[in-house]
Ligand binder design. Structure first.
Ligand SMILES: Nc1ncnc2c1ncn2[C@@H]1O[C@H](COP(=O)(O)OP(=O)(O)OP(=O)(O)O)[C@@H](O)[C@H]1O
Length: 253
């Protein structure tokens, strides 16, 4: 799905350079679930933004199904995002003046799908996350967990190939967080999605097939079994050649 080679990302702020990613090389297979964890400010969100085509690398290449994101024209990137990539964020990012149903439908507008079909698919997506009885509610009339379910329905209604999730449980209590991860895992298994999930939470990271640890903009990959012990595997020198987790990924759609 993705092949990153020697990717760096620098930001310029007030004439100062901030190096957010340094020499990141990584392959993410179709249908894989990769967790990215690490302390705050280490480059995790920057990596996710690059994978989602929300920003471009300073150097290096990011191949998505063989096409180089860093060289794609903006119109092509916009199209790729609309069709192929679903996003879920920590603070849900729902439009506050739209109902749950309208928020989900909004993801289908750029695809040129007619309104009756949008309504049908959005209703189905809300039903699949257990929220058909909240379709006419505004985000402010929903709990945090329900808002995140709407956001997941919005991300998946277009049937993307990739789901990028940035701390999707960071704003939820433990039980609700577990429900949201269960929901994402079900969708990953049933749809052959490629999932990249950023989290601070070791227990959530361990649910992934592979865990990457980001420190000072550099990425280390390790098998998920050792993900609770990043210092141990870092000292042991696991690199990109680290073992893959034992589970077989679901067959791509
Ligand atoms: N738009 C930006 N302009 C300038 N510097 C930025 C920008 N975005 C991120 N940075 C810097 O890049 C570094 C990595 O930030 P990033 O948000 O990727 O980290 P993170 O690991 O996702 O952190 P957190 O877990 O707190 O979200 C930080 O030093 C941050 O200050």
């Amino acid at each position: 799905m993705y092949r990153l080679t020697a990717v760096t990302k620098d930001y310029q702020t007030n004439g100062k350079r901030v190096s957010a990613l340094t020499d990141v090389s990584l392959t993410i297979d179709d249908g894989e679930w990769l967790a990215v964890k690490g302390p705050t400010g280490q480059g995790k969100s920057t990596l996710l933004q690059l994978l989602g085509g929300l920003s471009r690398p300073t150097s290096g290449s990011i191949l998505v199904s063989g096409e180089d994101l860093s060289r794609m024209p903006d119109t092509r990137i916009t199209r790729l995002r609309a069709e192929t990539i679903g996003f879920v964020f920590q603070f849900f990012n729902l439009l506050p003046t739209l109902t749950a149903q309208e928020n989900v439908e909004a993801a289908l507008v750029p695809l040129g799908i007619r309104s009756s079909e949008r309504r049908r698919r959005a209703a189905e997506a809300l039903d699949s996350v257990g929220l058909s009885d909240r379709a006419t509610h505004l985000p402010s009339e929903l709990s945090g967990g329900q808002q995140q379910r709407v956001a997941i329905a919005r991300a998946l209604v277009k049937e993307p190939r990739v789901l990028l999730a940035d701390e999707p449980t960071g704003n939820l209590d433990e039980d609700t967080a577990a429900e949201i991860i269960d929901l994402l895992e079900q969708r990953w298994r049933s749809r052959g999605l490629t999932v990249v999930l950023v989290t601070h939470d070791n227990a959530i990271a361990r649910r992934a097939q592979r865990v990457a640890v980001m420190r000072r903009g550099r990425l280390t990959i390790a098998p998920s079994q050792t993900s609770a012990l990043p210092d141990v595997f870092e000292r042991a020198g696991f690199g990109e050649a680290g073992l893959k987790a034992p589970e077989t990924p679901p067959a791509p759609r």
